[in-house]
Design a protein. Structure first.
Length: 491
RNA sequence: CGGGGUGUAGCGCAGCCCGGUUAGCGCAUCUGGUUUGGGACCAGAGGGUCGCAGGUUCGAAUCCUGCCACCCCGACCA
């Protein structure tokens, strides 16, 4: 059918790239490493935003906005934090251009040099905590539960549409608390919100766990993550929530008076989820015919395609289609009636399969005569004929079923590609074929983790929250271990 | 930053080795007509600083020099 895509089995990376372009989600821009998110791709992001925003507000958070620029001096206040981001910063040094004296275009005006350089935010902890310093004096000012929807810049050496771009869109939550316990509770709450969102809206099963010290966010005491498995057996970090302890409060001198009148530093968390999620969505569900979108995040949930030979037929089909569209919309479903005359039905079928529209309804003269609709579902590509009077409930149920089915399929895939491994040989062998998640014992040291990474490119994705206590031996060093970690090669 | 590759119409490419009519093909676009239940067909039309700057030559997309950009493979990362 869709011979326009590279085969997923032949070249997974190329398939992914083709799909992003052909489905009209995004394209490379004139700026190195930065993408243009096209309307269809952005519509998915808007759906993600709308749902997450609702969930953040339901858990007591509010939105605010902080500057894109961060003074260099702010950045260096938390030692680990700078170290982590220093190598991928874009820096503003001047504020004016002028005409070149030799008449050759425009140049940076050397007299317009900034006193202090500005960093384009790679993340906003520093600029936000600088503000929190002024906002917090007493325990009565706490907690602060703020989220920001923003763009950030990380000057990555190699980029890939959605998965890693030099500029990306995300949300970052930054909260301030009076006690350690409350901050930890917040960190956990938000990783649960992310997992809930991933599983119930993206139809993406995830594993929640702790990051190893090596993989932790720069400046965090503890990082929790949700990890998902892609169809090529590689892992993708889909969201992170950090317990920052008092690190940033100390760096920015944010103290408060508690109920007993004692002065203490504020406890912090931060948590983020980015446009990378769209990459996860694509890689987790799609096939050789194109995207497969979960109904709850699909910009178009149902497309209606007319099949006709002449204007007379089109008139009667159009009347039925418009009524059907209105009825479905009244049930809260987003519907597109594609009555463009410049493409044949076959072309449209292929087009909407490529774009992952969950349900397709075809209406032709036969259907008008028999009072029926042809219903096709994107996830299985099955077609059936449904009586017009049953179509509303049928579509509603079908959308739910597709949502559940693609989740089940992804979960099944993850189960089949998660392995408990106890020997080094097996570990190496499984990583190469078939790949996937590997649960193995690890001695808990950074040295071992790095050796494993060097030799196999596999990293510890997380130590799953639900990983049970059990005695074992580290797969690499043979030293005793009490718990299994989750390993994989990752994006 | 190291290794490899590519820049020719909106997109994908051929031409370059071996210099020589008006730079070609497919897709897309526009016009007209026939079509329409799984990516239609015919006829016609428009669209080019051949990445940039020099050089060699009677003549350069083609040869030489320099530069720039992008892509792929490694080291960094959500």
């Amino acid at each position: 059918m869709a011979k326009f895509l590279t085969n997923r089995e032949e070249n997974y990376a190329q398939w992914y790239n083709d799909l992003v372009i052909k489905a009209d989600l995004a394209e490379n821009s004139a700026v190195r490493g930065c993408m243009v998110i096209k309307p269809y791709g952005y519509a998915i992001w808007e759906k993600i935003q709308a749902q997450l925003d609702k969930m953040f507000k339901a858990t007591g958070h509010v939105n605010a906005y902080f500057p894109l620029f961060i003074p260099k001096s702010f950045f260096s206040k938390e030692a680990k934090h700078v170290e982590g981001f220093a190598k991928e910063c874009a820096i503003v040094t001047h504020y004016r251009l002028k005409n070149d004296e030799n008449g050759k275009g425009i140049i940076v005006d050397p007299t317009a040099k900034l006193e202090e350089e500005l960093i384009i935010r790679p993340t906003s902890e520093t600029i936000i905590w600088n503000s929190y310093k002024n906002w917090i004096q007493s325990y009565r000012d706490l907690p602060i539960l703020i989220n920001q929807w923003a763009n950030v810049v990380r000057w990555e050496m190699r980029t890939r549409l959605f998965l890693r771009t030099a500029e990306f869109l995300w949300q970052e939550g930054h909260t301030a608390h009076a006690t350690r316990e409350e901050a930890i509770e917040e960190t956990q709450k938000m990783i649960n919100v992310y997992a809930d969102f991933a599983e119930n809206f993206m139809a993406l099963p995830v594993i929640k766990g702790y990051k190893s010290e090596n993989e932790r966010f720069a400046g965090a005491i503890d990082t929790y993550a949700i990890e998902a498995l892609m169809q090529d057996g590689k892992a993708l970090q889909a969201g992170t929530s950090h317990f920052l302890g008092q690190n940033f409060a100390k760096a920015f001198d944010v103290q408060f008076t508690d109920k007993t009148g004692k002065l203490d530093y504020v406890w912090a968390t931060s948590w983020g989820l980015s446009t990378r999620m769209i990459g996860a969505l694509i890689m987790a569900h799609s096939d050789n015919n194109g995207l497969v979108l979960p109904p709850r995040l699909a910009p178009i949930q149902v497309v209606i395609i007319p099949i006709y030979k002449n204007a007379g037929q089109m008139d009667s089909i159009s009347a039925v289609a418009k009524k059907l569209k209105a009825d479905l919309e009244a049930k809260g479903i987003s519907v597109k009636f594609d009555d463009r005359d410049n493409n044949k039905p076959g072309w449209k079928f292929a087009e909407y399969e490529l774009k992952g529209v969950p349900v397709r309804l075809a209406l032709g003269p036969r259907d008008i005569e028999n009072n029926t609709v042809e219903v096709a579902r994107r996830d299985t590509l099955e077609k059936e004929i449904v009586q017009m009077d049953k179509i509303l409930t049928h579509v509603l149920l079908l959308l739910e079923e597709i949502q559940n089915n693609i989740y089940k399929k992804a979960l099944e895939f993850r189960k089949e590609n998660t392995f408990k491994v106890d020997t080094w040989d097996e570990f190496v062998r499984i990583l190469d074929n078939p790949g996937g998640f590997i649960l193995a014992h690890w001695d808990g040291t950074i040295e071992t983790e790095e050796k494993i990474k060097e030799e196999t490119k596999a990293t510890i994705r997380c130590i799953p929250f639900d990983s049970p206590d059990e005695d074992g031996k580290c797969i690499y060093s043979g030293k005793p271990s009490k718990r299994r970690a989750l390993f994989a090669r990752s994006y």
